[in-house]
Design a protein around this ligand. Sequence first.
Ligand code: AKG
Ligand code: FE2
Length: 243
Amino acid sequence: MISTQEQNVVSQLDYADLDLVRFQEMLDEHGYVYLHGVPTGFDHVQYLSQIGPLMPQYDGELIWSIKAQERFDDLYHSLNTKPLMPHTECYEFLGLPPKYLALWCLVPAADGGGQTTLSDLYRFLETLTAEEREKLASTKFPFVSSAGVQDMGLGKTAVHPLLEEREGRSPVMRFSYNCVAHRDDPFLLNVRERVLEFFNETHVAADFEPNSLLIWNNHRMVHSRTGYTDRNRHLRRIWLAED
Ligand SMILES: O=C(O)CCC(=O)C(=O)O
Ligand SMILES: [Fe+2]
């Protein structure tokens, strides 16, 4: 099993050094922070609510539990043990996706799998020509919820460009390798494969320990998960809206 020290998680902080200003600076600089050495009893929700207001999850609750359920084994879903493909969260929401997504660990996978992986799409944008970037911002695609979320009766759909440029604010990236329509469109096909290649070359992998916390800017970072076998793996998730 890869230990946290051997990982390429550059932006990590030990709980002993936790300071809200530093935490936010690291989040702004790298797009994510991994906090380890977190004691039992730490109130993740209370701490994170200092970064932004909580946004309801698909089911209306503020906290979502990520634990594999056998009934989802054959669907594309975060609630099984299979790997996920790179995506941003809530690409299929009509409005603005949550600015931040935070996960914390109750029980890590004992098999070395179940790592959450992240890559910086703002850096991906730097690899595009001005024409490609303009096309990314002006070409819209229909996004749909994953098959698993649809199966729960909580599916949504929305049409967006992959890149939303904003006056005076950082851009919003929406991406899903799987859950976007017109996947045979040559432009989309090309972008999807280039994002995947970029992801494979640049991603960082967070290996959870009990109570550890991973937060990232969901307008900027694309995330995925490696597969695992240990069905005891249990994480919790919250979304924070842009202030
Ligand atoms: O299980 C994970 O590590 C992440 C699942 C996921 O994509 C999410 O919670 O948004
Ligand atoms: Fe996700």
